[in-house]
Design a protein around this ligand. Structure first.
Ligand code: ABU
Length: 484
């Protein structure tokens, strides 16, 4: 019989047993080098295996546990040390504990009354991150991903430049111009679309060979925008581009922004974490001169998806002024505590997940020192990989902050001048990728870019990794591509 007490009893039992499956199938097997990163199935096969249909009546305890096992089995193990496919990877167990706590407590970050611990925690984590940027004051908020953090920056910048936009909308603004490099994240264009600025008003600035913005071209694009009667108000510099991992020259861009009265944003979603590293923070010299910074601790720091912040140098409460709607059922001004702790009206969301706890708990566990070692290890392994590639015949390096490279199969060796060389080379990475997915040995991404045919982008993140894994990676690529 389905009494409430029995439901609770079986619910708790299910959770306990499902948790054991999670521990065994994902956290033990999923991080074991002898196990596969993924068990590839074609979509039709996978649909059938998962039995996705939702029915009138519920299933038995055993059937449901099998569902949990299936989800674990057929999902990609992004915690596997040989998952190199994205800018996130690996697992930090303290952060994971924070994620589980967050899910279990199931609250929304908007008011002190429902999230007292997390309102104070978010404030403190943001303060510490700002201080790494070099700001003793300012503002910020956790956002659902780097694209949304970038969108916040653009929206706040527009409000700063044209405050009447909040009430009068686009009727109150001139044609606006945004500047960003050709290798910046695509969220800049999405934000321009979403905010009604329009992608035609996103002026694309050229990059040099390494992928860094060319400041002289930024100046030229500002002149071009003005000649079209567009008002330059926002420049986005990137600290760690998505593909090449390039860092734009921040001080130079800050000079240009200041001279032109523009808001300077830095998309440091990937590269912001170098702020933890004494060795590598020179890459973001000048970051403190920005008006806003996007930073994703779920990437290089391994806080777990998703953990993204937008930080502001502003001390005039722009975030609140721009976004507040003063809902009286949430943000009553006659509450019995300090209502400035009800930070939810700074957000464009209502319900907002708690994203600060995973970072806070991980930071508490390994300290600033541990986080700095994590960043240094990422760079050291990338450096090792580059040095090893240079020793091998069949690898051609494109760039090496993110390790971008082509694998040149024996059949293409020495054929660089053949008319069909680029076309044949473009087919190599997709075939190697297919083979590695089907073997399940590892995962690494590839892409074409700016006239360059498909090349691999290797991202080294998991704390479990050693130089042996880098050697395995190179051997495996050679094995998978030797007959191409
Ligand atoms: N938001 C950029 C992330 C892309 C990647 O993981 O490859």
């Amino acid at each position: 019989t389905n009494t409430p007490l029995l439901c609770i009893f079986y619910g708790k039992l299910f959770l306990t047993e499902a948790f054991n499956v999670i521990m065994e199938e994902i956290l033990h097997k999923g991080t074991d080098l002898k196990e596969k990163v993924c068990e590839w199935k074609d979509p039709d096969q996978l649909r059938a295996l998962l039995d996705l249909d939702l029915r009138e009546h519920g299933e038995s305890h055993e059937q449901l546990l099998q569902r949990v096992r299936d989800v674990a089995r057929y999902s990609v193990k992004t915690c596997h040390p040989r998952f190199f496919n994205q800018l996130f990877a690996g697992v930090d167990y303290h952060a994971l504990t924070g994620r589980l706590l967050t899910e279990t407590l199931n609250t929304s970050q908007y008011t002190y009354e429902v999230a007292p611990v997390f309102v104070l925690m978010e404030e403190e984590v943001l303060r510490q991150l700002r201080s790494l940027v070099g700001w003793s004051e300012g503002d910020g908020i956790f956002c659902p991903g780097g694209s949304v953090s970038n969108m916040y920056a653009m929206n706040i910048a527009r409000y700063w430049a044209f405050p009447q936009v909040k009430t009068q909308g686009l009727w109150a603004t001139p044609r606006m111009a945004i500047f960003t490099s050709q290798q910046s994240h695509y969220s800049m264009k999405k934000a321009a679309t979403f905010l009604g600025i329009g992608t035609d008003n996103v002026f694309i600035v050229q990059v040099d060979e390494s992928g860094s913005m060319i400041p002289e071209d930024l100046e030229a694009k500002i002149v071009q925008a003005k000649s079209k009667d567009a008002v330059p108000f926002f420049v986005n510099a990137t600290a760690g581009t998505t593909v090449q991992g390039a860092f734009d020259p921040l001080n130079h861009i800050a000079d240009i922004s200041e001279r032109n009265g523009m808001w300077m944003h830095i998309d440091a979603a990937w590269g912001g974490s170098v702020l933890f590293s004494k060795k590598h923070k020179h890459l973001v010299a000048g970051i403190e001169r920005a008006n806003s910074v996007t930073w994703n601790p779920h990437k290089m720091l391994l806080a777990g998806l998703q953990c993204s912040v937008i930080l502001f140098r502003d001390t005039t409460n722009l975030l609140m002024h721009c976004h507040s709607a003063n809902a009286t059922y949430l943000f009553q001004q006659d509450k019995f505590y300090d209502t400035s702790l009800d930070t939810g009206d700074k957000s464009i969301q209502c319900g907002r997940k708690v994203d600060c706890l995973k970072l806070w708990l991980m930071w508490k566990a390994i300290g600033t020192h541990g986080l700095s070692e994590r960043v240094d290890k990422t760079f050291a392994l990338a450096r090792y990989l580059v040095e090893e590639m240079e020793k091998r015949e069949n690898f051609k390096l494109g760039h090496f902050v993110n390790v971008c490279f082509w694998f040149i199969p024996p059949s293409l060796k020495g054929k660089e001048n053949s008319p069909d060389y680029q076309e044949r080379l473009s087919k190599v990475a997709p075939v190697i990728k297919e083979r590695m997915m089907k073997r399940g040995t590892m995962m690494v991404g590839y892409q074409p870019m700016d006239g360059r045919v498909n090349f691999f982008r290797m991202v080294v993140l998991s704390p479990q990794l050693t130089t042996k894994d880098m050697d395995f990676f190179l051997d495996e690529i050679e094995k998978l591509g030797k007959d191409l």
